[in-house]
Write a protein that binds this ligand. Structure first.
Ligand code: SAM
Ligand code: DTB
Ligand code: SF4
Length: 324
């Protein structure tokens, strides 16, 4: 049954250990308890974005000191994906600082080619390119795309406080096209943008109403980027993050819950608690898109000391046919 906001509030506010006890129970029922999916992120087109997302270093509206970089070619991307695979990553996620993409545009066609090439490596492939429609989603699907990342980022009510150049409904429309094309949806949000707890749970409520529910749910803690309107936002409390992860695990049992941006701001113990509460995927590699992430060695050590291991590719969904 799809949980109501009241139900989500009830779950979230249980005493912390009862909450984690329940999320652990769900986790053990649906997932291999020792596996964490390692995803490598690569910014294939950096900065100069027309949108005004208040958290983002890549918006051209803010003076963030970020150096712009043009779209990388397939030949430039491939060796990086190969290296990620050799390092144990099973999903390769490419991000582009665009408002959206359109079929026929040379840049979009280049991305389709890159998706095809990476998917032939036997890695799961995810891209986040901004808004798209049915035609673009179908082409990406044919190229072997596993998942499309498009976050709702916060509640519908809070969205216009954070972004004014597109709407929450625009986000949903893209997600609908991705779903119609049969591509898995990776959709989550950011906490620490001045939203209330109600907004965080409303975001979760919206995700629970997707049909099907998202295959993966990234939970990002805001990385405050200098020059953006949210540069001075205070850090998220670790127990609030753990509660949100545990609640997400309970209501979205089949989703990979990805402990995403902001891990470099958390202690090892804090991250361990997040994994125990139900997070089972991370971004692996020294850099997110533009912001820092814990180093590969540090993460290896952390996983090893917790007795966790990397999940194999396509262990929880079918592999695209054209690879064989
Ligand atoms: N332009 C595309 C879009 O907006 O969907 C793709 C790239 S965008 C950088 C992808 C996601 O990264 C955002 O939706 C947001 O959730 C996350 N993100 C961006 N900047 C962040 C920050 N400073 N802290 C945490 N998460 C961030
Ligand atoms: C997501 O939810 N988090 C990733 C990925 N999807 C594309 C991006 C995090 C970006 C953090 C800020 C930066 O690197 O600029
Ligand atoms: Fe552009 Fe995406 Fe950053 Fe928004 S989040 S400014 S759309 S790159």
């Amino acid at each position: 049954m799809i949980p109501t906001l009241e139900k989500l509030e009830q779950i979230y506010h249980r005493p912390l250990f009862d909450l984690i006890h329940e999320s652990r129970r769900v986790h053990l029922e649906f997932w291999n308890k020792s596996e964490v999916q390692l995803c490598t992120l690569l910014s294939v087109k950096t900065g100069g974005c027309s949108e005004d997302c208040g958290y983002c270093a890549q918006s051209s509206r803010y003076d963030t000191g970020l150096e712009r970089e043009n779209l990388m070619t397939t030949e430039e991307v491939l060796p990086i994906a190969q290296m990620a695979k050799a390092n144990g990553s099973t999903r390769f996620c490419m991000g582009a600082a665009w408002k959206g993409v359109r079929k026929g545009d040379q840049k979009f066609e280049q991305m389709v080619q890159t998706v095809r090439a990476v998917s032939r490596l036997g890695m799961e492939v995810c891209v986040t390119l901004g808004q798209l429609g049915d035609a673009e989603a179908q082409d990406l699907k044919k190229a072997g795309l596993t998942a499309y990342n498009h976050n709702i980022d916060t509640s519908p009510e809070h969205y216009s406080q954070i972004v004014t150049t597109h709407t929450f409904e625009d986000r949903i429309s893209t997600i609908n096209s991705v779903q119609r094309a049969g591509i898995s949806v990776c959709c989550g949000g950011i906490i620490g943008m001045g939203e209330a707890l109600r907004d965080r749970l409303r975001m979760l409520e919206v995700l629970c109403n997707f049909d099907p529910t998202p295959e993966s749910v990234p939970i990002n803690c805001l990385m405050p980027m200098p020059g953006t309107p949210l540069a001075d936002a205070p850090a998220v409390d670790i127990f609030e993050l753990v509660r949100l992860i545990a609640t997400s695990r309970i209501v979205l049992p089949k989703a990979k819950i990805r402990l995403s941006a902001g891990r470099s701001l958390l202690s090892r113990e804090g991250q361990a608690l997040c994994f125990f509460a139900g997070a089972n995927s991370i971004f692996y590699g020294d850099k997110l898109l533009t912001a820092g992430n814990p180093g590969v060695d540090e993460d290896r050590q952390l996983l090893q000391s917790l007795g966790l291991e990397a999940q194999a590719p396509y262990s929880d969904q079918p592999e695209p046919a054209h690879i064989h």
